[in-house]
Design a protein around this ligand. Structure first.
Ligand code: SF4
Length: 474
């Protein structure tokens, strides 16, 4: 069955798109963790610097951004036909395509496919889509052990933690914390383990090697899918993903429906944009591509699960749909002053930072993530950094308009609107505003019930004379 054209939000009770508390409360807790803030500041500053240097090398960076944006806009305008083309090509190449309307269906499909292989363990290459639907939890409930093989994901999994960054999920951990996690939770680890990064990486490699060689089923995400040939692509930095994608007998790929590109020629643009914007590399270290099944080479069973889980609802919003252009590079996180201070956990969703603030509320429906569009100063740094030119600030404002507002706020805004449309009332209100000089002083803010407004803002000092009075005096 095809679910395009039947937009529905991601269901409640499954997946990781909704937090336990609103952003302001979660952010307050996160801000109390000074170690995490130090780790984040160091990591985001380093990535920003590296990325800025390699982007400056390209004279046509802005043209590439425009091309990326145009390709994605084209994809969104004809998503149904491209997906059907992809299905035809993957099937012709020996793969099987499954359509999942939401997280529940996707989890059921993957669990069934793994059970059919008889395996009770799967290896995983880092995949945001499977985190979004909480696939690990669904597999564990079915008695199947998922093993994350991306180093940072492994740290998160062993630490029974949550990812806090799209690209560097353990960005909130420093190396001594990682050493402690390995000593506590990694089977067979050397007790004399140090916190030297190569030593930590070698310990993870030893642990994973045996798992790679003895597990027959892998689950992956996908960075891109090319409709014209049915080819899937995964880009990663460690090579662990390539082991997952080539060694097992069965490969199951879970991919959000927006990841599709029409042609190979389009992929060329994104393979230039993604590494420079994300890790600050000129070229991605490991780019693995496969088309269906090749006899005698790689997995002999390939399943592609196309995941909607709220994406059709995002597509239905002509302003908000730009969020589906995202290639998960994380550049917007690394430049965001809010993210740098709160970290990813405060966003409550697997998608943190500016992209999370516009994507999560649209996938779940604004009521379930109403505070996220406010997790921004609207400084615009994310828009400047985004390699596919997603206008995140405009979408944030668009979503703020959709968010439910308290009755008192709506009444105040309606009054303000009436006053601003009437010149005489507006002039009187300006004169009355001088009262603020009496009831509230700079640095102290307004008294209740308006104190919430000035709790985080300076109250501007009103001049003695309004412009109209000054004009009239001349
Ligand atoms: S919104 Fe843009 S900058 Fe942010 S992760 Fe997506 S592609 Fe990267």
């Amino acid at each position: 069955m095809t679910f395009l054209g039947m937009p529905a939000f991601a269901p409640r009770g499954v997946g990781h798109l909704r937090g336990d508390e609103p952003f302001p409360a979660a952010a307050r807790t996160a801000l109390g963790n000074s170690q995490m803030r130090r780790n984040l500041r160091h990591a985001t500053t380093t990535i920003r610097g590296k990325s800025g240097r390699v982007i400056a090398e390209l004279p046509d960076w802005q043209d590439l951004r425009s091309a990326g944006s145009a390709i994605k806009a084209d994809v969104m305008s004809r998503l149904p036909e491209l997906l059907e083309e992809l299905e035809t090509r993957v099937t012709a190449a020996g793969g099987t395509v499954h359509w999942a309307a939401d997280a529940n269906e996707a989890n059921e499909i993957v669990t069934r496919l793994v059970r059919e292989t008889g395996s009770d363990r799967v290896i995983k290459v880092k995949s945001m889509a499977t985190q979004e639907i909480a696939l690990n939890e669904a597999l564990e409930a079915a008695g199947i052990t998922p093993v994350e093989t991306d180093l940072a994901e492994l740290i998160v999994q062993l630490g029974e933690d949550k990812p806090s960054h799209i690209l560097v999920p353990a960005i909130h951990r420093n190396r001594s914390e990682i050493r402690e996690i390995f000593l506590r939770a990694m089977p067979g680890v050397d007790p004399s383990l140090t916190d030297d990064p190569p030593v930590l990486a070698a310990a993870a490699r030893r642990y994973l090697r045996e798992t790679f060689l003895s597990t027959r089923v892998a689950v992956s995400g996908a960075n891109f899918a090319i409709a014209e040939t049915g080819t899937l692509a995964v880009v990663e930095s460690e090579g662990n993903g390539r082991m997952c994608l080539t060694l097992p007998d069965t490969l199951i790929t879970v991919m959000g429906i927006e990841k599709i590109l029409p042609t190979w020629r389009d992929l060329e643009v994104f393979l230039q944009l993604l590494p420079r914007a994300s890790t600050g590399e000129r070229m991605n270290p490991y780019t693995t591509m496969w088309t269906g099944v090749t006899p005698g080479d790689g997995p002999q069973n390939f399943h592609l699960v196309l995941l909607d889980n709220g994406r059709s609802a995002v597509l239905a919003d002509e302003v908000g749909r730009q969020a589906l252009h995202c290639i998960r590079c994380s550049a917007c996180l690394n430049v965001c002053p809010v993210y740098e201070r709160t970290g990813g956990h405060a966003y409550g969703s697997v998608y943190p930072g500016p992209i999370g603030a516009i994507l999560s509320p649209q996938l779940t429906g604004i009521e379930d993530n109403a505070s996220l569009p406010y997790a921004s100063t609207l400084c615009g740094a994310c828009f400047d950094a985004c390699p596919v030119k997603i206008d995140i600030p405009s979408i944030l404002v668009h979503l703020r308009n959709q968010a439910p507002h308290p009755r008192a706020e709506r009444a105040v805004m309606a009054t303000a609107s009436r006053v601003m449309q009437n010149p005489r009332l507006y002039a009187r209100a300006q004169r009355a505003a001088k009262l603020a000089r009496i009831v509230g002083r700079r640095g102290r803010g307004l008294p209740p019930p308006f104190s919430g407004w000035t709790a985080g803002r300076d109250l501007p000092e009103f001049p003695d004379q309004t412009f109209r009075d000054w004009w009239a005096a001349r």
